[in-house]
Ligand binder design. Structure first.
Ligand SMILES: NC(=O)c1ccc[n+]([C@@H]2O[C@H](COP(=O)([O-])OP(=O)(O)OC[C@H]3O[C@@H](n4cnc5c(N)ncnc54)[C@H](O)[C@@H]3O)[C@@H](O)[C@H]2O)c1
Length: 238
């Protein structure tokens, strides 16, 4: 498969290694210094593009892939204000987009566990829920896209929480997400239900970026030649 990498930072480089080891070819690498090469004409040479760039470039990069009719796998977070517009454009114009706030298999199992736990906790009103995410100090967005996905599932399934807020609650029915920036941590997420007598915690700890990169390449293999909007649920059958 011919792959275009949009963003050649920590994730782009990790994805390149895994893609090459799985027999794929990298035909285009776009980063901040060669924006002039980021054209629909160049993108057309790839079977699929993988975007791990920065929040402000995710939307233009996705739209350029749509223009080129090249399926795009997006891992960039922090652009969700454009999410509805992009997904509806994708469906109505028969383009191909794969988006996951987190591509690791473990995190996607964690998402399923988090949803189930919120459903169980709905009737256990003595437990107060909170969340924490820890990432490296270079991360541009907070809370993380993964934390937002976890928080949305809790808000959806726990009647006593109606929205999430970052770092402190201004309303009683808010779920608080604490975002910690520390060293080179690749990504840790925990959800805690605390009562007067005990607490229950679920936690996912990424040991490196490899799990995200492998998931993104698997998503690219899945997306090539397809039309529509896809997520990790389509790949993992969760
Ligand atoms: N979905 C997931 O599983 C997952 C996992 C890890 C990271 N991420 C997200 O992926 C993104 C990238 O993470 P990273 O750790 O590789 O960051 P990084 O800072 O190491 O790399 C981002 C790269 O994008 C480049 N860039 C800037 N503007 C660009 C543009 N217009 N077009 C193309 N490239 C451009 C930067 O120069 C940099 O090299 C972040 O948004 C991060 O939150 C998602």
């Amino acid at each position: 498969m011919k792959i275009a990498l949009l963003g050649y930072g920590k994730m782009g480089q990790e994805i390149e290694k895994i893609a090459l080891s799985r027999g794929h070819e990298i035909v285009l690498k776009i980063d901040i210094n060669n924006q002039h090469e980021n054209t629909a004409e160049n993108l057309k040479k790839a079977d699929v593009a993988i975007d791990f760039s920065i929040p402000s470039s995710a939307y233009p990069n996705i739209m350029k892939c749509f223009e080129a009719d090249t399926p795009v796998v997006c891992g960039t977070t922090g652009w969700l204000e454009k999410y509805d517009e992009v997904t509806s454009y994708c469906q109505t114009h028969r383009k191909t987009l794969f988006y996951a706030s987190n591509y690791s298999v473990g995190v996607n199992l964690f998402f399923a566990l988090n949803k189930k736990l919120a459903q169980l906790m709905n009737s256990q009103t003595d437990y107060e829920v909170s969340m924490e995410e820890i990432h490296h100090i270079h991360k541009l967005d907070a809370p993380s896209g993964t934390a937002i996905t976890l928080a949305e599932a809790i808000v959806e399934n726990l009647d006593r929480k109606n929205q999430w807020e970052l770092d402190r609650a201004t309303k009683d029915d808010s779920l608080v997400i604490s975002a910690v920036r520390q060293g080179e941590v690749p990504g840790t997420h925990s959800v805690t239900y605390d009562s007067a007598v005990d607490y229950l915690e679920i936690k996912h700890v990424a040991k490196s970026r490899k799990g995200f990169a492998l998931g993104a390449v698997i998503a690219a293999e899945f997306s090539a030649g397809k039309t529509g909007f896809f997520s990790m649920n389509d790949v993992l059958n969760l």
